[in-house]
Design a protein around this ligand. Structure first.
Ligand SMILES: Nc1ncnc2c1ncn2[C@@H]1O[C@H](COP(=O)(O)OP(=O)(O)O)[C@@H](O)[C@H]1O
Ligand SMILES: [Mg+2]
Length: 309
C-alpha cells in the first residue's frame, strides 16, 4: 500500500516571504532610528535654546564625525550671537543710566521751582537750567539714532571729492571760542593737499568729536595737531594732543559705546560728552569704508579715522 501525502506549500512560502520582508523593514527602521538618534538629540538641544540660555552649547562628545562639524559650526554661530546679545543688553543698561541723570535733574528742579510762589526771573533761571539738561537728553538720543543707522549698514551717500584740509579748517572754526578760552592751538600738518571722497556733514561730525576730546583731555595752552596722511587705499585724519598716557587695555575699547577710562571723573562737571563720541567717529569711518586708530606714546595721545578712496 502506498500512501502519498501532498500539501500546497505556496501559502506557507508566501507567509515566510511576508515575514522576512516585515523583519527587514523593522530592522531597517531600527537602524535608521538608531542612526538618527544623535540628530534628534541635536535638534532637541537646539530647540531648547533661548536668549536666556545663549551660553549653552551643543554637546559634541557623543556625536559621530559627520555631525560634529555641523554642531561645531552651530556652536560658533551661537558664540557670536551671545557676544552681540550681551553687548546689546549692556548698551540698553548704559542708555538708561545715561538718560536717568538729566531726567532726574529735570524733575527735581521743576518740583523745587513749583513748590512755592516765584518771580518770573526765578522761573526763567530754572527754565534755563532745564534747557541744558534737555539738550543733553536730545544729544544722547540723536547720537543713538545715528549709531542705529550705522548699525543697519547705512553708508555715506553724498560723497564728494573734497580737499580734506578745508573740511578740517571749517570744523576748527567751530571751536574758535573754546580754543580762545583755553589758549590751545590746532595746527594741520602732513599731506595737507589731500583730497578725499567724503560726506561733509558726517566728516565734520567725526572731526569735531575728535577735536572736542583733544581739547577736553589736554591742559590749557596745549598744541593740538591734525595730521593728514594719504595711503594707497585711504586717507587718514588723526588728531593728537599732549596728555596723560592711556593704558593699552583701555585703548582698544575706547571706540566702544559708553566706554570711558575714568567713568567717575566724567560724570557731569565740565565734561560735554556722554561716551558716544568715539563710537560715532568709528561709525562715520565705516560709513566711508574706513577704519579708526588710537595710540598713546611719549605723552601724546592720538585718535584718528580713515576714509577709503
Ligand atoms: N584725546 C584724548 N585723550 C585722552 N583720552 C581720550 C581722548 N579722547 C578720548 N579719550 C578717552 O576716551 C573716552 C571715550 O571718548 P568719547 O567716546 O568721546 O566719550 P566722552 O568724550 O563722552 O567720554 C573718554 O572718556 C576718554 O576716557
Ligand atoms: Mg568725547
Amino acid at each position: 500500500m502506498r500512501l502519498i501525502v501532498g500539501s500546497d506549500s505556496a501559502p506557507y512560502m508566501h507567509t515566510r516571504q511576508a515575514f522576512l520582508t516585515a523583519l527587514v523593514a523593522l530592522a531597517g527602521y531600527w537602524i535608521a532610528r538608531l542612526g538618527l538618534q544623535p540628530l534628534k538629540q541635536l535638534s532637541k538641544e537646539a530647540q531648547a535654546l533661548r536668549p536666556k540660555t545663549l551660553s549653552q552649547r551643543l554637546q559634541l562628545a557623543a556625536l559621530p564625525v559627520e555631525l560634529s562639524a555641523l554642531a561645531e559650526a552651530f556652536n560658533g554661530a551661537l558664540s557670536r550671537l551671545e557676544e552681540i546679545y550681551r553687548q546689546l543688553e549692556a548698551f540698553n543698561a548704559d542708555v538708561a543710566h545715561e538718560l536717568r541723570t538729566p531726567l532726574a535733574n529735570l524733575i527735581g528742579s521743576t518740583q523745587v521751582a513749583l513748590s512755592r510762589q516765584r518771580s518770573a526771573g526765578e522761573f526763567q533761571e530754572v527754565l534755563q537750567a532745564n534747557l541744558e539738561d534737555l539738550e543733553r537728553v536730545r544729544s544722547i538720543v540723536n547720537d543713538m539714532l545715528f549709531l542705529a543707522r550705522a548699525d543697519r549698514g547705512e553708508v555715506a551717500t553724498g560723497l564728494v571729492l573734497t580737499p580734506v584740509t578745508q573740511e578740517v579748517r571749517k570744523t576748527i572754526e567751530f571751536f574758535e571760542f573754546v580754543l580762545d578760552e583755553s589758549g590751545s592751538q590746532v595746527g594741520i600738518t602732513g599731506d595737507v593737499q589731500a583730497e578725499a571722497r567724503l560726506e561733509s556733514a558726517l566728516f565734520r561730525r567725526a572731526m569735531s568729536n575728535l577735536l572736542q576730546n583733544a581739547i577736553e583731555h589736554s591742559l590749557p595752552g596745549a598744541q593740538i595737531t591734525v595730521t593728514l596722511r594719504e595711503e594707497a587705499a585711504a586717507t587718514w585724519i588723526v588728531v593728537s594732543n599732549p596728555g596723560a598716557a592711556i593704558d593699552e587695555q583701555h585703548l582698544q575699547h575706547l571706540f566702544d559705546r559708553f566706554y570711558r577710562v575714568d567713568a567717575a571723573r566724567n560724570d557731569g562737571g565740565e565734561h560735554h560728552g556722554h561716551g558716544l563720541g568715539l563710537a560715532i567717529v568709528k561709525a562715520v569711518a565705516s560709513m566711508h569704508g574706513g577704519q579708526v586708530s588710537a595710540s598713546s606714546e611719549g605723552g601724546v595721545n592720538t585718535f584718528g579715522f580713515s576714509v577709503a578712496h
